[in-house]
Design a protein around this ligand. Sequence first.
Ligand SMILES: [Zn+2]
Length: 350
Amino acid sequence: MSWGPSDCSDIRPGPAIQILSPSRFSSQGPNRGNGRWHLLDRTSTTYLGVTVGALLGGYYVTHLEKVPETGRRRFMAVSVEQEDYIHKLMVEETLQDFRGRLLPSNHPLSQQVRRITRRIITSSNLGHLQGELAPEPVEMMDPFPAAIPRPQTLHPDREWVVLVINDRSLVNAFAAPGLVCVSTGIMPVARNEEGLAAIIGHEIGHVVMRHTSEHLSQAKLFLPIIGLLVMLGLGPFVSALMMRYFYVLPHSRALETEADLMGIKLMARACYDPGAAPRRGRVFEAFKRLEAVNTFKFLDTHPPTEERIAHLKTLLPASFEIYNSNPECSQLDEMRRRGHLSRVRMNIDC
Ligand SMILES: [Zn+2]
């Protein structure tokens, strides 16, 4: 299919944009010549492009909202109800995909992952583990209510399923509202419970910030914008490439940075040492090696590792403020100092 200016003579003078090839249509229609179709001339195409652009712009502007936790403006065209439905499907699909490869819930590794998830979600009122009683809302004993806003995206009644995929060759972790899933392959990278808490905190951070819905919202705009760029004279390949490198990838990197920010806060609220988050830099490298991620920043879905570690370090003072303001964290620290509570290592040989 050619997308360049036409050389046909049966339409008005001036370069015309060929939009469709004849093989896709019948011979009916007003502008057919030399076996090619020309639906609109340049002027009409420009008018159509401007109209579509205005409609798209209006749709975009009316669906902008502010992220409560960071103040970032974002395009959101997926409702919380739609998000819930999509994530229920995700949980079912994950259970289906990894059937027969999941560790039982009473396995020591599953117990560790469940403990970490329990601490993270209950300390931020994000829900409770499936099969367990919902705890009292944290506000009842909240030591830091006003200065540090609590994530409101998830309800304390939400039930969470924790899955551990028994596959050492798979280095992966992901979360959705009501689901935390990690593979045993990530345990050697996490090394200890706090390392794994940093990973799970980051994944739950994506959930709290509704990043999956943001990706889906963005996907709704992708094809219409490419169509608009094509209408305005850019080739489809160039349009898709521009969208990817100037919109999709920078957006993806911004969401990763935001999940890092939320993840370290969630960790601190759950009394996990926030300092474990920048130390988790090895995880970023492991992901990069496995996914053969690009070395050029502008081609990457994630920010460069060094940049992420530096960003996490800048978040440490605020995170320790959260950690130190929670009397429960101080008690745990004191118990560790006295040797009553050793830092737990992941038992990766289980
Ligand atoms: Zn992420």
